[in-house]
Write a protein that binds this ligand. Sequence first.
Ligand code: BG6
Length: 610
Amino acid sequence: MCGITGIVSRVRTDIGKILVECSSKLTYRGYDSVGVAAVHNGTVDLRKDVGTIDMVDQQLGLSKMKGDRGIAQLRWATYGAPTRINAQPHFGCTEVFFGAHNGNLHNYYEYREHLIETGHIVRSENDGELCVHAVDKYYEETGNMFEAVRKSTRDLKGAFAYAVGRADEPEIYAVKMGSSLVAGVADTDTIVSSDLPSILPLTNRVIYLQDGEMIVLTPDSIKVYRVEDGKLLDRKPEVSNVDAHAAEKGGYPHFMLKEISEQPQVARDVLGVLQDAKSEDWLRLLEDAEKHYLVACGSSYNAGIVGTYYFNKLAGVPLIPTLGGQFGSMYANTLTEESLCILVSQSGETKDILNVLNHVQETGRGKTLGILNVIGSTLMFNANSFIPMACGYEVSVPATKTYFSQTIIFAYLATKLGERNGNLDPSEAKSVIKMLKEQLPYLAQQTIDKTGILAKNLATTLMDAPDLYCLGYGFTDGVAREGALKIKEICYNHCEGMYSSEFKHGPLSIVTEDYPVIFVTTTEDSWMVINHINEVACRGGRTIVVGEKEDKLQPYVQGKFDYLEVPKSNVLLNPLVDVIPLQLLSYYLSVDKGINPDLPRNLSKTLTVD
Ligand code: BG6
């Protein structure tokens, strides 16, 4: 996915500066290429190239561009390789229209052919360019920019948002059709963007747009209209209390390390939200459902896997885990009115998840409960109910604190559901909640303090590991998958996360002298895991154990092994904190390899494309 930012100013003549400042907050959305189109005295200055915003700014002087309005775009490539010509923004047929999009057009190829056949000069292979040509096309027909933008959506299929303008008209227009879009009103400027962090340097007075809406930015106002009939809508700005500085590094070398260190506070905040807010709605949805599907991607999916074990143990309820892209072909036909799809997505914009949301809404079979971090996201507005993850913005592309929050939410929901359906008696439920509230934040902090140096030292010994495995069992199944994903995402080593009892059924053949295998354990499963550790150790493999140190087990483990030892707690808290040494291990290994863990190659924080 990508990030677009459009600004119109009443007083500025150096629009490039504020466009770069605001759009740089969207770096996590894409850093394959960057561009700025700035309008100065009726002429559009368009500069763009491959690279991060800092690199391209240094090379092309983006922040020195003159003008009183403009559009910036940070790209994560889908259609069209990450090249200068495919970078956004784009012109229309002439250098009068300019614009940029986020998302993807499903009718890209046929529409591109149509435009070329009807005489349009299409320069790139990027679908975003077609949005600008669509406006150009309808302007030819209507002579009116508002109508041209409104009608342009008729030609475009898919999930997207775009911002466009004309060199000779003062407004900037934007449309939301499936990808996120938020607008802001400052004293002398108005702004539209894919995400809130790029609005906050300018203003905290925001308007969240809904699908099927368009906005017109003038220097003094934002007007919101319904695309379908052009009706003016009564939408007033609301004050956002998201802390703009949360997006700063706060003295840490990388956002990732900052966000790992924020996890003890996240535990306090999310438990506060769970106990204060509309938990009754959520619990009723859970209680009334006959089938519970967990639908997620990436780290959110791994958190959901941990959730399936909490639901089994504490609520006695099966939670059927499925990847967003898998749901349609694996379970869609099994949905009934009494089904509940728990859609876990920190961004609330992952297309694989929104596809499931749309399917449930269109078929009317079942309900949806969103677990999300970004307030104002498409998932938030469209799910039957939603649970906020209360993490603050997570800027680093690899998820850490948002994964942590999600696992806590599952532990809480499973406990409350278990109390409601009698699987737990009230005193048991009460003690679990008390433990989450009172022990977990301190345990998380102790784990960070205790395992940081262990992880840092261990990382240096894995620098040249060609690949490795990270194995979990029971509650740590999802934790091991998450640890493996972190290593893949930011260290570029191949690391497979899988179930430790499965390892002997084939993958064990990879083990040779010193081949590294990580085992993630809880106090409940360590006896079982001992067998799995020895299956590797007795063949010369190198074993690394994440978990509590259990002296009674020592004699049973053959050979030496490395310990990423976490502080003592219990089987319910182990899976929540066992992830921390794995997060730190991947972080230090990434930095040792000279990689920026916040912006790993080829990745993006939120993928609003299929
Ligand atoms: C990927 C991110 O693009 O999307 C992962 O790189 C993330 O970090 C995954 O876990 C799912 O994102 P979300 O917003 O749906 O939780």
